[in-house]
Design a binder for this molecule. Structure first.
Ligand SMILES: *Cc1c(COP(=O)(O)O)cnc(C)c1O
Length: 401
């Protein structure tokens, strides 16, 4: 007899490390914006793997590219060239208007790579005394889970008991350009920032902030690294969220949707004179830039180059924000976000965001809390307007009782 959902959850609980607290739903199949659990119940996906599924589940063009590559060549390591890497890098650079690409796998690896590149640039190009480079980051950031990255997290849960921490980071208040200016010094290699803080609750900084950050970086010969791993690749209605502020970074980190919901694909993209500081042997990854990842990434780039997904995020996102805005005062304290991405702040005295997520799950809509009082909504950009309305109706009904 096949295992029940309860059996499968029990297996996870017993054999899988308890580093997550998933909703008690066990998924078995998916298509587009819809997922199906092991009992055949369908749910609308209102989270899209935190933007890893921007194109929905099993987008036909992405699956086709993956299957075709599986029939040709999957892995070489970087000991040899292969016929997908250069094309992937050129196409990603052209899409993002950058000059060079450093392919990696996970988002955290891309951020780690950008940190290493910025430090080396500081020593070799800016002339910072060896071992003293600093990187300025924002409070309430989320850049991943490695020991160096949690070293500059301000989330106690992410940090406690994982020290000693990597030195060389300064944390300043997000959205406060004056605080940033005060933290810059001749030793500053880079400022690392999210254009919208997803994990913190979809926090959009004050208008003009990113532009001021850019100007401060220019005035201080400091690199600007923008982490677009969650915000980028059409999530906010533009290819990169930093476009809303008319800001160009020196380095961008990309991930999540770059893998098309199929496999981990990440990259640092940016200036040739910055990424160019790396020499053979100084950095790498066995799987980074593998043929399968490059083939899937190239198919993702083709989808993004049409502009269709940016457009869907803009129009559907405007609709989402209009409708969620109507819930303010009806169980909702505030709605933040951009495009098809929202942080819904539950009014004080209401349910916790976790309880609301569980209620929504029972009603067939999957999304997830971030912190106690924020519901994060990030539907796949392929979602049909009727389905989006169905999800919003379900949220409104759940808040009403
Ligand atoms: C998810 C995320 C990361 C880390 O990506 P992983 O693939 O989970 O390592 C880094 N930065 C941001 C902004 C993210 O949302």
């Amino acid at each position: 007899m096949s295992k029940t959902a309860a059996d499968l959850i029990a297996l996870d609980e017993t054999w899988s490390t308890h580093n997550y607290h998933p909703l008690p739903v066990v998924l078995a199949e998916a298509d587009g914006a819809w997922v199906t659990d092991v009992d055949g119940k369908r749910y609308l996906d209102f989270l899209a793997g935190y933007s890893a599924l921007n194109f929905g589940h099993r987008h036909p063009a992405l699956v086709e590219a993956a299957v075709a590559q599986l029939g040709r060549l999957t892995l070489t390591s970087r000991a040899f060239h292969h016929d997908q890497l250069g094309l992937f890098c050129r196409e990603l650079a052209e899409l993002t208007g950058t000059e060079m690409v450093l392919p990696m796998n996970s988002g955290a690896e891309a951020v780690e790579s950008a940190i290493k590149v910025a430090r080396k640039w500081a020593y070799q190009v800016k002339g910072v005394p060896d071992g003293t480079a600093e990187i300025v980051v924002a409070g309430s950031n989320f850049h991943g889970r490695t020991t160096t990255i949690v070293s500059f997290s301000t989330d106690d849960t992410a940090r406690a008991d994982f020290g000693p921490f990597t030195p060389g980071f300064q944390v300043v208040k997000y959205g406060d350009a004056q605080a940033l200016e005060a933290a810059l010094s001749p030793r500053t290699a880079a400022v690392l920032i999210e254009p919208v803080q997803g994990e913190a609750g979809v926090l959009v900084p004050p208008a003009g902030y990113l532009r001021e950050v850019r100007e401060l970086c220019d005035a201080n010969n400091t690199l600007l690294i923008v982490d677009e791993i969650q915000s980028g690749l059409a999530r906010t209605g533009t290819l990169l969220a930093s476009e809303h502020d008319g800001v160009r970074a020196d380095l961008y980190t990309l991930g999540k949707a770059l893998g098309g919901g199929i496999m981990p694909v990440s990259a640092v993209v940016g200036r040739r004179d910055v990424l160019g500081v790396l020499r053979p042997g100084e950095h790498g990854s066995t799987f980074g830039g593998n043929p399968l990842a490059c083939a899937v990434g190239r198919a993702v780039i083709r989808l993004l180059a049409t502009g269709e997904f940016q457009e869907r995020s803009r129009t559907l996102g405007a609709h989402l924000h209009t409708r969620l805005g109507e819930l303010v005062g009806h169980g909702v304290a505030e709605v933040r976000g951009r495009g098809l991405w929202a942080g819904v702040e539950i009014a004080p005295g209401g349910r916790t965001a976790r309880e609301l997520s569980e209620t929504l799950m029972a009603r067939g809509v999957l999304c997830k809390e971030t912190h106690d009082t924020t519901l994060r909504i990030a539907p796949p950009l392929v979602i049909a307007k009727d389905d989006l309305d169905h999800g919003i109706d379900t949220i409104a009904a759940a808040l009403a009782g």
